[in-house]
Write a protein that binds this ligand. Structure first.
Ligand SMILES: NC(=O)c1ccc[n+]([C@@H]2O[C@H](COP(=O)([O-])OP(=O)(O)OC[C@H]3O[C@@H](n4cnc5c(N)ncnc54)[C@H](O)[C@@H]3O)[C@@H](O)[C@H]2O)c1
Length: 302
């Protein structure tokens, strides 16, 4: 099956690095042209240059803060001026916080909600009209397992990401008839710079011994006993699936067991290190586990 019709145009926020950049490489390999957007202007331009050099794809880097409407409008304008339209949209931009709720401040919540919830809202408000007009669009917004299970020290990040899940599932119902699929991907811990930065600050504040105990506890949460790796992992496969193939119907596979089953409650689909909540697709409700070989083995969480 041809995964992507050549010439698709993708816009990826948070495309300078991490999962966003890994997804960009993947889509570039399938013949997509890409607009990478990031608040880190120098890095995103460098990433776009590297992407073109390594894959031969047409790519531009756009400096923009997705929490500002004027930036988002300019980002859409620059991408459409260059490539004519946006077919695929991935919202990967985010910030993280590591803070107890009772020690956090309204100013910190405000920035979090602006970037992680209001940002994707602004992007969708500005990108979807063109997709509706052309009757084609594939959208993925990154959420987080913390939004579905809750996670200590990530309360307002989790709250913003839970908002994204509700947002995407709702809008999906409004635009599904116009040939647009909207999906949410909620990775487990993935070894990107975002995570590495948070881990480094935890190591410093906890001390080495306590930190190593924490590392083991985290690993035990995952059936594979390892972190996701952005370049090679199923997070990437899920993004690729949702952006390139989400008009295909898949079966719901429920083979959750033991602790994994507990973690999977409320999940539409769970993979080894990543769960995916699918909204409505143009083809109807699609709850999907594309690769049924991805069996989840029983795991004991201590
Ligand atoms: N890494 C993980 O363990 C993990 C787990 C669950 C969910 N996620 C989600 O996956 C997505 C990608 O995460 P990642 O680990 O690749 O992160 P990352 O920090 O490596 O990449 C995020 C990018 O977003 C950019 N960014 C931040 N604020 C922005 C803004 N206001 N406007 C534009 N760009 C902005 C950053 O500069 C950065 O380049 C995020 O939405 C994150 O919440 C990651």
């Amino acid at each position: 099956m041809e995964l992507i019709k050549k010439g698709r145009v993708g816009l990826i926020t948070g495309g300078a690095r991490g999962i966003g950049y890994a997804a960009a490489r993947n889509l570039a390999g399938e013949g997509a042209s890409l607009a990478l957007v990031d608040i880190n202007g120098d890095r995103v331009k460098e990433s776009a240059r590297k992407l073109s050099e390594e894959t031969g794809a047409a790519a531009i880097g756009i400096a923009a803060d997705i929490s500002f409407e004027s930036d988002v409008q300019r980002m859409v304008r620059e991408a459409t001026d260059r490539f004519g339209r946006i077919d695929l949209f991935l919202n990967s931009a985010a910030i993280l916080a590591d803070n107890l709720f009772l020690e956090s401040t309204p100013e910190q919540w405000d920035r979090m909600l602006k970037v992680c919830l209001y940002g994707p809202m602004l992007c969708l408000r500005n990108i979807l009209p063109g997709m509706v007009e052309r009757k084609y669009g594939r959208v993925v917004c990154m959420a987080s397992d913390s939004a579905r299970y809750g996670q200590s020290r990530l309360s307002y990040y989790a709250a913003a990401k839970a908002g994204v899940i509700g947002l995407v599932k709702s809008i999906a119902q409004e635009v599904g008839g116009a040939g647009i699929t909207m999906n949410i991907i909620a990775p487990g811990a993935t070894n990107t710079e975002l995570r590495q930065e948070r881990e480094e600050s935890m190591r410093t504040s906890m001390g080495e011994e306590k930190y190593q105990r924490r590392v083991q506890t985290v690993l035990r949460m995952y059936p594979t006993r390892r972190l996701g790796e952005p370049e090679v992992d199923e997070v990437l496969r899920e993004i690729r699936l949702a952006l390139l193939e989400a008009d295909v119907n898949f079966k719901v596979v429920k083979n959750f067991t033991n602790a994994v089953k507990e973690r999977a409650l409320g999940a539409d689909v769970i993979g080894l290190n990543c769960s995916t909540g699918f909204g409505l697709s143009a083809a109807g409700l699609s709850l999907q586990l594309p690769d049924s070989s991805r069996r989840i083995e029983p795991v004991r969480v201590e």
